[in-house]
Design a protein around this ligand. Structure first.
Ligand code: FES
Ligand code: FES
Length: 468
């Protein structure tokens, strides 16, 4: 496939396999060895590059996705032998030891400072939380980030002044039949592609797909990337519901006032999903179609009564999310169909919303068990209505309407919730022991309910204190 893009200010024209990973193309084929590969799975940030000024993990991108983009690697930062101010800050603060993580750290810092020129330390720590360092420790790295001379750094970030001359490279395919990667820019083009390539695997974000391709968990004959279709992105508020384009990234959702206002339970779940890099690349539609029992957005969406909009060349249909997911990795999608949007009804005013997840570590953890809860509490402290949805403790998201109904009229207390926990533990059905034993998951699923009165009490106290 012919792939043209701008790399560190210079035009590049490649004849390369479309499905080659971008990290391999940049590092192995083009010699930009500042692009490191650590985990190859989106967890370490070593492979981060800037695409149009925003960091992207090159281990989770195909070469085809670079086409038409402005790509910056660490090699593109210094000018005429003078280090970029972010590079200088890392050196001066002793933020580099072996240097393996440093290119990803520096490029992520540039993206961060371009959006937050006056950062506080916790904000910097959060922004770099998807970049792992095995030797320096993080304090000196944060010292470096906070010491950067912004006046010099930000205007140069990813500016990519054009350099004369196009570099042309031919990259031999390692495969006999490299699979094509299509990047349609409209729904009309997409329907034509899917009609011509019914066997193609459609993806949006690609944060799981690239890992699956590499491990040969899947072996599709063609790939169709939805990321360039504008009609699949955005958030539109209607009087009774909110429409979210399936290609909307988790980062965009977290920045959207409508999500924070109407669906705090979803916003809470999004904050726990992967790293900032994954939230920038991954999409809500992708998380839904993956249909993982541990999918972080699924319990909040189910508890909120979300519907998915399925679209094809023949029109659209809507399905309740819990009816759409048939089991791990299985959905109601038929060939030629995609998830184009998610519609969430606006909940009634005053509902308490909460999401909680237990994983094996604090950040970037897959859920051992998660719980999304919606509760209506009367002025005298009784449960008027309760909806719960559990993730990671069954083949899909689990709800137990009879248990919810049994709580109506009871005091909103630990004792009331404790009384239904045996039934919850009996009915959740973890499908594997991969991250934790089934027995542990059952216990956690029940215990997550016990925290609700405390969580809501402390949230209310904080609100009343004016600390939020
Ligand atoms: S190599 Fe670790 S995130 Fe890409
Ligand atoms: S300096 Fe060695 S991994 Fe960060």
């Amino acid at each position: 496939m012919k792939i043209e893009f701008q790399l560190n200010g210079r035009a590049v024209c490649l004849d390369a396999p479309a499905d080659r990973r971008a990290v391999d193309l940049l590092r192995e084929d083009l010699g930009f060895t500042g692009v490191k590969e650590g985990c190859g799975a989106g967890e370490c940030g070593a492979c981060a590059v800037l695409i149009n000024g925003r960091t992207r993990l090159s281990c989770l991108m195909t070469a085809a996705q670079l086409s038409g983009q402005r790509v910056t690697t660490i090699e593109g930062l210094s000018e005429n032998g003078t280090l970029h101010p972010v590079q200088k800050a890392f050196m001066e603060k002793g933020a580099v030891q072996c240097g393996f993580c440093t290119p990803g750290m520096i490029l992520t810092t540039m993206d961060f400072l371009s959006r937050n020129p006056d950062p506080r330390r916790p904000e910097a720590a959060a922004a770099l939380s998807g970049n792992l360092c095995r030797c320096t420790g993080y304090e000196k790295i944060l010292d470096a980030v906070l010491s950067v001379d912004l006046k010099q750094a930000v205007p140069r970030s990813g500016s990519g002044e054009e350099t004369a001359g196009t570099r042309s490279v031919t990259v031999d395919s390692k495969e006999e039949n490299p699979r094509p990667v299509f990047l349609p820019e409209s729904l009309e083009a997409l329907w034509q592609l899917l009609a011509a390539h019914p066997e193609a695997r459609v993806f949006s974000g690609g944060t799981d797909l690239l890992v699956w391709l590499r491990s040969k968990k899947i072996n599709p004959r063609a790939l169709v990337c939805l990321d360039r279709i504008d009609a699949l992105r955005g958030i539109v508020e209607h009087p009774k519901e909110v429409w979210i384009g399936a290609g909307t990234t988790h980062e965009a959702l977290l920045e959207a006032p409508a999500i924070a206002r109407f669906f705090p339970v979803l916003a809470q779940a999004l904050k726990t999903l992967g790293s900032p890099h994954i939230r920038r690349m991954g999409t809500l539609g992708g998380n839904i179609v993956t249909a993982s029992p541990a999918g972080d957005t699924l319990p909040p969406l189910v508890v909120l009564g979300a519907q998915v909009v399925l679209a094809s060349g023949n029109g659209t249909r809507r399905l309740a999310l819990d009816a759409f997911i048939h089991g791990p990795g299985k959905t109601a999608l038929v060939p030629g169909e995609i998830v184009s949007g998610i519609v969430i009804p606006k909940p009634e005013e005053g509902l308490l919303q909460h999401f909680e997840k237990v994983g094996l570590r604090k950040a970037m953890a897959c859920a051992v068990a998660s719980l999304a809860a919606l509760l209506a509490i009367s002025p005298d402290g009784r449960i008027e209505k309760a909806r719960f949805a559990w993730g990671s403790v069954g083949p899909g998201v689990l709800r137990f309407p009879d248990i919810e109904a049994s709580l109506a009229g009871r005091p909103f207390s630990r004792e009331s919730l404790d009384a239904v926990i045996p039934a919850v533990r009996e009915r959740v059905a973890p499908i594997d022991d991969v991250r934790a034993s089934a027995e542990y998951r059952r216990r956690v699923a029940g215990n997550l309910m016990l925290r609700l009165p405390t969580v809501f009490t402390s949230e209310n106290e904080e609100k009343n204190d004016g600390t939020r």
